[in-house]
Design a protein around this ligand. Structure first.
Ligand code: DON
Length: 310
């Protein structure tokens, strides 16, 4: 390890320690009962750089439920599969609403505001369910390729829990179907969506898996093209304006990185040309974003001068 890496590791350790008192500030997601059982004091950080170096502290190798972070991977798969026609069925505007809101969807005739709120992710799940003969398997193998390991699994407890508490997602999907914007059978589409949300991965695996978004669509470890430079730009743009839901404006204002959160407590932040930060701490704020995770990403971005608006 060179000095820079040792320094970064020390800095991350100090930042994680500085957050010890903040685990009690949020509450672990309990609308999916399986998530309510997670220890709120677990926390980790991983920073993966496009030059191949990865640093981690705390519980950075412990798998957690990736939840809405899966929306980023699903979106890339759908863009690759159906190209620009996707943008006739989903918009690219911030919603100004909670992640699972239904109210705007009727006003806007079943066209979701963006692909990373639930309605948009369900639309993306429809594309995947309709265009892959085995979409869940295709999703898992995409994740395994990106993570560089076969050992990526769906947490069946979380999946079952989501399935039995998924009425709001079902309502969003049926409403879109009533407007003719959904092709697949709703139960199949929901099964795909809950499967991708129930994948477990560690901070280290997530940070490394998303390096292509920091590198114009090319995985720097393998030189494999994962998406076009244009689509990498588009995903980063959507994450900048909508990835932190109704806190996206404040996050851009104070941090300045494309990012995506999940109700499992994970946050990924893309630093174009540099790498990916992933943090995990389960207690959430009222927007559904990890309290400690937001603090950590903000502190790392500040410490390393990573804002894209500099
Ligand atoms: O749709 C749901 O309820 C979850 N499976 C995913 C939601 C989520 O992670 C929202 N993000 N903060």
């Amino acid at each position: 390890m060179n000095n820079n890496i040792v320094n970064l590791q020390d800095k991350l350790q100090a930042l994680l320690l500085s957050q010890q008192g903040n685990f009690v500030q949020g509450s672990v997601a309990d609308y999916i009962p399986a998530l309510a059982k997670v220890n709120p004091a677990l926390a980790g950080i991983s920073v993966a750089a496009i030059d191949g170096k990865t640093v981690g502290v705390g519980d950075y190798q412990r798998p957690f439920s990736i939840q809405s972070i899966s929306k980023v991977f699903g979106l890339v798969m759908a863009m690759n599969r159906i190209g620009d026609s996707l943008w006739q069925r989903v918009n690219m505007e911030p919603s100004g609403q909670p992640f699972n809101s239904i109210i705007q969807l009727e006003w806007e005739k079943g066209i979701p505001r963006n692909p990373v709120i639930n309605a948009g992710a369900l639309l993306v799940a429809d594309v995947l369910t309709s265009h892959f003969s085995a979409s869940k398997l295709a999703f898992l193998s995409f994740m395994r390729t990106l993570a560089g390991t076969e050992a990526i699994y769906v947490d069946n407890n979380v999946y079952q829990s989501e399935l039995s508490h998924g009425n709001r997602n079902a309502a969003l999907a049926y409403l879109m179907k009533s407007f003719g914007n959904i092709q697949a059978d709703i139960p199949a589409l929901l099964s795909h969506y809950f499967t991708q949300c129930s994948v477990s991965m560690s901070c280290e695996q997530l940070a490394q898996s998303l390096l292509f978004l920091a590198n114009k669509g090319v995985d720097p470890r393998t030189n494999e093209v994962i998406c076009s430079p244009k689509d990498a730009h588009r995903v980063n743009a959507i994450l900048s304006t909508s990835g932190m839901y109704d806190q996206s404006g404040e996050f851009a204002f104070s941090v300045g990185l494309p990012a995506k959160s999940g109700v499992g407590g994970g946050i990924i932040a893309i630093v174009p040309g540099y790498g990916v930060i992933c943090t995990w701490s389960p207690p959430l704020n009222k927007f559904g974003n990890s309290v400690v995770g937001v603090n950590l990403v903000a502190a790392i971005a500040e410490e390393l001068g990573l804002s894209i608006y500099h």
